[in-house]
Design a protein. Structure first.
Length: 100
């Protein structure tokens, strides 16, 4: 559960950074501490099934988050290349203007 919590925190940070450049954030894993408490205090077949279900759900969310991060990185790379191309064009225009 600690690993999932750390992943959720990291995804939150990444989403905030994406927002700084105008991109949509990525979803988190969203695991709560109640699941672990529930499992510890009510260690029976029903709580085990409930915890297992939440872990599976967290796994699906982690996979979705991983895919969203990949997509965000691809968008960032594309945007970076577009900006680099624009800078090159502007530099070429500047040289032409200065050359007169």
């Amino acid at each position: 559960m600690d690993v999932l919590h750390r992943a959720d925190v990291a995804l939150g940070r990444f989403s905030r950074e994406l927002a700084d450049v105008g991109f949509a954030g990525v979803g988190g894993v969203e695991v709560d501490g109640l699941t672990r408490t529930f499992d510890v205090f009510f260690d029976n077949i029903f709580s085990d099934m409930a915890v297992r279900s939440r872990i599976q759900d967290a796994g699906r969310k982690a996979s979705a988050a991983r895919q969203a991060v990949r997509q965000a990185l691809l968008r960032l790379e594309k945007t970076s290349q577009e900006i680099a191309d624009q800078l090159t064009q502007l530099e070429e225009k500047r040289v032409l203007l200065l050359a007169g």
